[in-house]
Design a binder for this molecule. Structure first.
Ligand SMILES: [Zn+2]
Length: 426
């Protein structure tokens, strides 16, 4: 039994027509006109497939294919249908439309699982005008609740609660999600890699065993503003040259660590930011991501040690305020093993590595056994119209999940505990 990749690729193309942007990409944030249209189409398709459709409080769309009832609860596959502005066709829809393709394949082959099988499309996975990313999955697992969301509005003053109601959810339906969550036995999310680890090894897919943690601090470098002509080089306390050295040191420490840790300064404000004034203050955001807390902490400490030396040498003051310390999430060992075994049965090469970005699966991991599969991205491009994955690679990843689901249906041990994931994700 194999997924029909031609059918899936046509589906991906058709869905990309909703919110098509002038610059060649897809602009379909949650609650936009294009999103409402795509939701309507998706729900209709699930109903036509004979699935029982539920829209929960967060307007996540669930479709349920009944199993034999031999085993309790459901196995869930899915991702998200919203996009960033002028994004690609694959980030999100690939996981949702592949889930649909897998269910189509099972139906065509008259296969009934012992568990129920569910498809999910999570609301607002991407950051949006409400300033909430992974909104649907966070709400579903209880990390966001109705009280926290009551007064949230977007930049135009539109209330989130109204949009949720319009999409078939609503804050008054939030309480139903805890009960729904208890029934989920497993969650698998297929996603594009959005990096080049697979491409550099020429391997089609990866089983994802953890999601990296993210640490972010606001850094303020305080020097002394002064005249750019009259202040001789030895008399300067230039906050920008100090910050430049600090950023290079950060890059160097991350490279040196050889632990897969990545560090970035992506936002920088220079003040007073004028051609004839030596910069007196620089504010930047310092981010480190890594697969274990120890690796993150070790790198942050090493960077801070060098920064102290730089500050002393350049006579600037460095202030730091940490505002995000999101712990890494270990995905479920049993599901990871089942997926790895399925790839071995298929005799397909695969890699196992952590996801460097947060996905809905990281939140679902707090309530059920969860894992992810990545498919190779071409040139590592994502969140842009050039985002692309080869149909042949997508087919392999789809067949891996299909086989994985079948094996899971037989082998998965029943959920006996409530998973306690990290509660810090912001
Ligand atoms: Zn995504």
């Amino acid at each position: 039994m194999q997924v029909n990749v031609e059918r899936l690729m046509l589906d991906i193309e058709e869905y990309a027509g909703y919110g098509k942007s002038d610059q060649g990409g897809v602009t379909r944030p949650s609650f936009s006109q294009a999103d409402y249209e795509v939701r309507e189409r998706f729900i209709k398709e699930l109903e036509n497939m004979g699935l029982e459709v539920t829209i929960d409080g967060a307007a996540n769309i669930w479709g349920r294919l009944k199993g034999t009832g031999e085993k309790h609860g459901s196995l869930v596959i899915g991702s998200h249908l919203d996009s960033v502005p002028n994004g690609g066709k694959y980030d999100g829809p690939l996981g949702v439309l592949m889930a649909k393709e897998i269910i189509e394949t099972l139906l065509e082959n008259n296969v009934t699982l012992d568990h129920d099988l569910e498809i999910v499309s999570f609301t607002a996975e991407e950051s949006n005008d409400f300033n909430l990313s992974t909104f649907g999955s966070r709400s579903f697992v209880g990390r966001l609740n109705a009280e926290m969301l009551e007064n949230i509005c977007d930049s135009t003053g539109t209330r989130l609660s109204n949009e949720l109601t319009k999409a078939g959810g609503g804050l008054d339906k939030f309480s139903m999600m805890a009960a729904m969550g208890k029934d989920k036995q497993a969650f698998i999310e297929l996603h594009i890699e959005q990096g080049q680890r697979l491409e550099s090894k020429n391997i089609a897919m990866a089983v994802i065993d953890r999601v990296v943690g993210t640490y972010r601090s606001n850094i303020r470098v305080i020097g002394q503003s002064n005249h750019s002509g009259t202040t001789m080089m030895e008399h300067r306390q230039d906050a920008l040259t100090a910050a430049a050295e600090m950023i290079l040191a950060l890059e160097c420490k991350c490279k040196e660590s050889h632990s897969g840790v990545v560090g970035t300064v992506g936002k920088l404000n220079v003040s007073p930011n004028a051609a004839n004034i030596i910069p007196g203050q620089v504010d930047f955001i310092f981010e480190v991501r890594g697969e274990t807390e120890e690796k993150i902490q070790h790198t942050v400490n090493a960077i801070q040690d060098v920064w102290k030396e730089i500050a002393q040498k350049r006579q600037v003051d460095v202030q730091q305020q940490t505002f995000l310390d999101q712990k890494p999430v270990v995905l479920d060992g049993e599901i990871v093993r089942i997926l790895q075994n399925a790839a071995n049965e298929m005799e397909e090469p695969f890699m196992t590595f952590p996801s460097m970005a947060v996905h809905d699966a990281a939140h679902m991991a707090t309530i059920t056994k969860s894992a992810m599969v990545f498919v190779k991205s071409i040139d590592g491009k994502s969140h842009c119209p050039e985002e692309y994955s080869l149909p042949a690679d997508i087919e392999k990843a789809g067949n891996l999940i299909l086989r994985g689901i079948m094996n899971m249906d037989r082998e998965l041990s029943q959920k006996t505990m409530v998973y306690q994931g990290n509660q810090n994700i912001q």
